[in-house]
Design a binder for this molecule. Sequence first.
Ligand code: SAM
Length: 270
Amino acid sequence: MSDYNKNPSEHQARKRFGQNFLHDQNIIAKIIRAINPDKQQNIIEIGPGQGALSYPLLSELGHLDAIEIDRDLIHILNQQSPQYGELTIHEGDALKFDFKQLASSDNKCRVVGNLPYNISTPIIFHLLEFLDIIEDMHFMLQKEVVQRMSAEPGSKIYGRLSVMLQCYCEVDDLFDIPATAFNPPPKVISSLVRLVPRKKPLATLNNPQQFSRLVNRVFQQRRKTLRNTLKNFINTEQIEAVGISASARPETLSVSQFIELSNAIQTDIV
Ligand code: SAM
């Protein structure tokens, strides 16, 4: 049974939940400034932990929704949060959370979080399903992941994550956060990234599922030419008809070119 007298300093960080708690007040203030919360906003925090970001957010907002998987932390948050505002905690897995419960296209949400590193990319892909109800997102992630998100064509780290995110969002790598800002300190440097769903798409995308399967497939074999990887789905002439060289490697294509290529492929990629 849980110890209900626990206070945050007694909570043992759980590795399986990716718990690295922010404790550096200057960094916390810098993150809150970057988020720039405002009273009427519908903000949802993923993984409030011990409240490092939640409490300053609550003080600004008066109310905050948060999704937390660790029951012991929920107990601590429920005890401490009322002095800052009204914290509504949704107990469970953010990977399965239906964000439509809390937002709509008329009442968009802003999503924030110092994400558990082990599942940060799956959480972001889950959120891509809800972009029509999201105003923006601010996440602390491993610096290396943020670099891949914002990578440009031609770079070694430009890949599935870069194309999928940049297709749907503007990606802004804001600043680095040293490992010493966390307790326990992670092994890597972190960065704060801002993702803003595009109001206007880069190009019309006919079939988002096909696009996702295309991007997946070509980057699984990133050293192969498009002609080779896609030979069962589109021929050389059809690739070149949209102005893309069939002998190009995937990392040289811009996001708009991926959209055009996806639109040109008539056979379902499996
Ligand atoms: N926001 C706090 C901070 O900055 O100090 C905690 C951040 S800690 C890196 C990640 C938080 O996400 C932890 O509170 C952890 O319990 C929670 N968490 C881990 N996996 C989760 C999941 N699948 N769904 C929701 N929360 C999760």
